[in-house]
Design a protein around this ligand. Structure first.
Ligand SMILES: Nc1ncnc2c1ncn2[C@@H]1O[C@H](COP(=O)(O)OP(=O)(O)OP(=O)(O)O)[C@@H](O)[C@H]1O
Length: 727
């Protein structure tokens, strides 16, 4: 009954308390029953509950095991608090009594400290190290007595890779040093991280920070004043420091040649550890001594250290040299685009200037004088520069006065800039050098450039990458007072006189499309260059480039040139280069044997000149013959008859082969023409309407007198063909 009553009471109170969900209703019902059973709804029952809890706690506390537990908790709290306080105090003491510095490889400070530590045998004193075999003869390792004379490397001590700190004493202070090397992370994208990255942590047990400053400054001055090459630590490509002086030398600029010669000299080579050994002739020519047959160069793409001592002030500084090798130019295969970057381990500008001076002086002592030549790259987008030996104007064998006249004219032009400005005439002058190949046209330009101290900008119109636009852009990127050299200017445009013998073969090739099919006579021939005549004229007349320009154009075929190209104002002076005259032949002979007894040479020269027919051979051809007899003037005279016979035979053979070639070409042309006509006839027949429909009303194909098929009358414009019937 009681149960029933309670259920009733619950059922009518619950809906006012809870929500609608069945599950929460059931939960609340259980709770409600619990409260009612314990009687928590009354004040008396609360105090009873409290009393129960307290009495239970008292029971637990008086239990012997519980008392033990409380004691442990209490003690533990005290110990942990003490430990934390001690750690805080220790950390504070460490911060206060230990000075800590970090050095990262790639920075010079790192090198100073590492160099200092290595020279003070810190790793030898360490409890953990690795032993490596290196050549230590250049380094003062007093403990190492091995390997001094037998050419084998010495054992050296290096920090162990375990990163364990080494302890050492410096001026009464204890220091610990930790060196981490060899690639902390291979995944790091920063350039200085990866294999070879190193960090050095130096801690000094002192509260005085100036101890560390003193240490670093001692390491620095030890490094700077050291006469022993510091061992290369890490080959880091990035710039080591922005605050130090760095000088860049680019190939094509004469200062690059100075520096290259200096680096090749024995002064610098003694410090350089990675060398390129070559027996290849360099731009600068062979040396005279037997040792010069092998040339040494600092290895490109490597970082080299060398000590430079200024001859003027006696100051010295370590230099870090990084060389980049150039790549071969597409047309000439000369190396272009190389560079030398020198970082001075000093911020003293005087040292840098002294180095450049010393390099220049070394270069002058060698007696090499060079001319800078800029060649366009294969895309016609930029200039690649290099230098080549200067040629003395006196070595050119030209008809009397030509050299003198050219030089005087160019000098006068360069001197009269003001006059040009006053007269409102653009300050530029054009020279056209024309004549047979090998007569000295290009050599004249190079010799003149050396004489006038001007740079040559060489453009090749046959370069597939160059067009009007790129040519104009390239020309605008030039200095004032320069030489523009356009060789074989005729090659750029289709020749208008196809009967030229030398050009026949080239033209024949050009007259074929990519698949080898011949261009028909009614089709336009492709131009030889993407540069158009008007594009070139624009460049010659342009005011965009700096003025003071001497333009030299050379050609073997002046008759192929458009008159617009060579009119006065564009080509002011036209100089003809002929095949060698008698006096030129004699002079070439004398130049060749200038080191032999003069009376003998005089006699031989006139005999030689009398034997060689004038204006038959170029100077280049005569030089070619004399090169084989360069120490034997008498032999040169005796052998000339034989050589002339050979030349004559060669000439005849050449004429004969050209004749045969022309005949063959004419035959092929005729065959092609016939084939073409035949194909056209067949094609027209195939397009012809069926014969059954032919008739007066339907139109027809008429046979023309010349054998070609006519068109139907219906499609004609009214003039019509005469029909066979009408005929
Ligand atoms: N008049 C000359 N005096 C001295 N050397 C010459 C002379 N002519 C030609 N040579 C020599 O012949 C070689 C070719 O000369 P160069 O290239 O100057 O001739 P070029 O007339 O420009 O020929 P091309 O028309 O084929 O370009 C060079 O090695 C040069 O030394």
């Amino acid at each position: 009954m009681i149960l029933t009553d309670r259920r009733r009471a619950t059922s009518h109170t619950l809906p006012t308390i809870c929500g609608s969900s069945m599950r929460s209703r059931a939960l609340l019902l259980v709770l409600w029953r619990l409260i009612r059973r314990v009687g928590l709804y009354s004040k008396r029952s609360w105090s009873r509950l409290l009393w129960t809890i307290l009495s239970s706690l008292r029971k637990i506390a008086t239990h012997p095991q519980a008392a033990e537990l409380f004691r442990f908790i209490f003690l533990g709290t005290i110990v942990e608090t003490g430990r934390q306080v001690a750690a805080k105090v220790l950390q504070f003491a460490k911060d206060f009594f230990v000075v800590r510095a970090e050095f990262a490889s790639g920075d010079f400070a790192y090198d100073w400290v590492v160099n200092y530590l290595e020279n003070h045998r810190v790793w030898n004193e360490s409890r953990s190290f690795k032993v490596v075999a290196r050549n230590a003869t250049t380094r003062p390792y007093p403990t190492s007595n091995l390997g001094k004379v037998d050419g084998h490397p010495d054992p050296l001590y290096e920090p162990a890779t375990t990163q364990s700190p080494s302890l050492f004493r410096w001026k009464g202070y204890w220091m610990t040093i930790t060196k981490t090397t060899a690639g902390m992370s291979h995944y790091d994208t920063r350039p200085e991280i990866g294999a070879g990255y190193g960090v050095l942590v130096l801690s000094v047990l002192t509260w005085d920070r100036s101890v560390l400053d003193d240490f670093v400054s001692e390491a620095r001055s030890f490094y700077v004043n050291s006469q022993v090459l510091p061992r290369k630590q890490f080959n880091i490509k990035s710039e080591p420091s922005e605050s130090l002086l760095t000088a860049h030398f680019r190939q094509g600029d004469i200062s690059y040649d100075w520096m290259l010669e200096y680096l090749r000299s024995s002064d610098a080579l003694k410090d350089i550890m990675e060398l390129n050994v070559t027996t290849k002739q360099s731009d600068l020519g062979w040396g005279t001594g037997p040792k010069d047959a092998v040339r040494f160069m600092p290895a490109p793409e490597s970082m080299q250290r060398l000590l430079f001592k200024s001859p003027r002030t006696g100051k010295s500084a370590w230099l870090q040299v990084v060389m980049t090798a150039g790549s071969p130019h597409w047309e000439t295969s000369r190396l272009v685009g190389g560079s030398i970057t020198i970082t001075f381990h000093s911020s003293d500008r005087e040292v840098m200037l002294d180095l450049i001076d010393a390099a220049k002086q070394k270069y002058t002592e060698l007696g090499t004088s060079r001319v800078t030549v800029h060649l366009m790259d294969k895309y016609g987008s930029s200039w690649n520069s290099f230098t080549r030996s200067r040629r003395a104007l006196s070595t050119l064998v030209l008809p009397t006065d030509v050299k003198e006249m050219l030089l005087a004219d160019a000098l006068e032009f360069l001197d009269s800039e003001k006059w040009y400005n006053m007269a409102g005439i653009p300050h530029r002058r054009g020279y056209l050098l024309y004549g047979a190949p090998g007569t000295g046209k290009s050599s004249t330009v190079h010799a003149l450039a050396g004489e006038l101290g001007l740079e040559i900008y060489f453009i090749s119109l046959a370069n597939p990458g160059v067009d009007d636009f790129s040519l104009a852009r390239l020309i605008s990127d030039t200095p004032s007072r320069w030489i523009l050299l356009i060789e074989d200017i005729d090659c750029a445009f289709p020749s208008r006189e196809d009967d030229d013998e030398d050009e026949d073969e080239k033209d024949e090739q050009r007259k074929r499309d990519r698949r080898g099919n011949r261009y028909q006579s009614n089709q336009l021939l492709p131009p030889k260059s993407a540069v158009t005549l008007s594009g070139l004229l624009n460049v010659l007349d342009s005011v965009s480039s700096e003025e003071g320009r001497l333009t030299f154009a050379t050609t073997n075929h002046i008759k192929n040139l458009d008159p617009a190209l060579i009119r006065a104002g564009r080509m002011d002076l036209k100089i003809k280069y002929s095949l060698a005259t008698a006096s030129q032949i004699e002079e070439v002979f004398k130049v060749f044997f200038s080191e032999t007894d003069s009376t003998e040479v005089e006699q031989c020269a006139s005999k030689f000149a009398a034997a060689v027919p004038p204006e038959m051979y170029s100077v280049a051809q005569i030089q070619g013959y004399l090169l084989n007899k360069k120490r034997d003037p008498l032999g040169a005279v005796e052998g000339v008859e034989e050589w002339l016979k050979e030349q004559e035979a060669e000439r005849r053979a050449l004429i004969e082969s050209k004749r045969r070639w022309r005949e063959e070409m004419a035959r092929r042309r005729m065959e092609e023409e016939q084939q073409y006509q035949l194909e056209m006839q067949q094609q027209q027949r195939m397009e012809m309407p069926p014969l059954s429909n032919a008739g007066y009303e339907g139109g027809y194909v008429a046979e023309r007198e010349d054998g070609r098929e006519g068109e139907s009358e219906d499609e004609d414009d009214g003039a019509g063909y005469e029909t066979p019937n009408e005929e």
